[in-house]
Design a protein around this ligand. Structure first.
Ligand code: FNR
Length: 189
């Protein structure tokens, strides 16, 4: 069967390296994974003052997560954590209390930066956040991608074969993980 994977790109920048990486992952994903971006740049800052009457943009965002079988985070590292806009989006999806969209939802994390540790510290922060949100996370393969110039071209083609193979395997492993989570946690459970 096909699984719906909603992906969140942690960067709002037009020239985002992580958006390029997301484009490559869409191309390298197995055909069983239907990849759709879940945008969040129009969300206002979250406050629980808005819990009683979520704005339409937040309802649509949350619904997109609810309708996904799994969520993939493709995120940069900003100041050794995740970007504030991404954290804000996660906070929206986790509320109101009792309707957290991430609970029992399979997730995986990947990111790229020009630096050698390739978003590793941000990913550890995100793992902590998703653990609290009760999302079953793919623990392995981990993917810390150092973005070297021209690693991924404008069309989302990965120019280094070893990296393309690694990313293809990452998506294969995510597919297998989603299958396992769906068996353990069926939608109607
Ligand atoms: C960065 N950058 C960065 N890189 C890194 O490896 N660790 C870090 O902690 C930071 N911190 C950081 C903070 C802020 C505010 C910015 C704007 C940038 C550099 C970052 O990896 C680089 O800008 C990438 O291009 C970010 O990915 P996107 O936004 O292009 O996808």
């Amino acid at each position: 069967r096909t699984y719906k994977v909603g992906y969140l790109v942690g960067s709002l920048a037009k020239a985002s390296l992580n958006r390029r990486l997301a484009g490559a992952l869409v191309k390298l994903a197995p055909p069983e994974l239907a990849m759709t971006e879940i945008p969040f740049s129009d969300l206002p800052f979250y406050s629980y003052d808005l819990d009683a009457d979520f704005p339409a943009v937040a309802r649509a965002f949350k619904q997109a997560i609810n309708e996904s079988d799994a969520v993939l985070f493709v995120t940069p590292e900003y100041n050794r954590s995740i970007p504030g806009a991404l954290k804000n989006a996660i906070d929206w999806a986790s509320r109101p209390y009792g309707s957290n969209a991430f609970t029992r939802k399979a997730s995986a994390i990947i990111g790229t930066s020009p630096g050698k540790i390739g978003t590793a510290v941000a990913q550890q922060h995100l793992r902590s956040i998703l653990a609290f949100c009760n999302s079953p996370q793919m623990n392995a393969v981990e993917a810390y991608i150092q973005f070297t110039p021209d690693l991924i071209d404008d069309t989302g083609t990965v120019t280094v074969k070893e990296t393309a193979d690694f990313l293809r395997n990452f998506m294969h492993e995510f597919h297998q993980f989603i299958i396992r989570v769906k068996i353990a946690l069926p939608d109607n459970a």
